[in-house]
Design a protein around this ligand. Sequence first.
Ligand code: KIV
Length: 279
Amino acid sequence: MPRLENKQTVCALKKKKKLGEKISSVTAYDFPTAKVASDAGIDIILVGDSLGMVLQNRPNTLGVTVEDMVYHTRMVSQADPLSLVVTDMPFGSYHLSPMQGVENAIRFVKEGGAEGVKLEGGRKRLDVIRAILDVDIPVLGHLGLTPQSIHALGGFKVQGKLKEKADEIIEDAIALEKLGVFAIVLESIPAELAQEVTQRVSIPTIGIGAGKHCDGQILVFHDLVGFTNVYLPKFVRKYADVYSTIHHALENYIADIRSGNFPGEEESYRLKDPGHHHS
Ligand code: KIV
């Protein structure tokens, strides 16, 4: 089949919701991860600003820069994945003015190869989202626990547990849909609330810690493959234990070096003419 027919697009994703087909999404920050995600059939690759915590070991995502995101988006897009590539706009890259947001979104597309951008927030961010949509860059919304608001929220806490806050999230989702975002990430909210949002909007909802009724799910790659051996939130399901696999491999490598078992004959080159020695 021609490649273009397999390439994931925002239109195809919206159609998936109408057909009741679930959407799969995972983060990737580099070529090998993007390649394996695409080969496995993942619909959306998110170059998430979670890379600030996962790759840079920061306590939150606030310090991630536009340069960081351009670089990692380029590493991902150079894998030429069939998945749709969406880049997170980092904190401070769209908060000053709609024009600032448009300029940075254009950088992610032009220099990084992004096919869409994700911005956190609802009605507060309508002007900047409208401006980005106006230059025809698809936008993914993000509501609920929005990690760039960590200090205002008082920590990584489940959002929308009380009716007033839940209603705000519903109103934000409706406003984002009206504006024209192609989908909305719902992070760390009660499953019942995510279900209601999912029913109230015609665009797909992509959940993370938002229960099973969302139109799709997203997880941080390193969490789901068990590449980190640190604290994992309740909503993560660990599908592999890559940390242990790599740890074990490295221990064996060290032992083989120390014992002289590596490299062996099969990993060594030989002279063509054994009688002839280079000094
Ligand atoms: O930064 C990120 O990776 C995210 C997802 C976890 C939704 O925002």
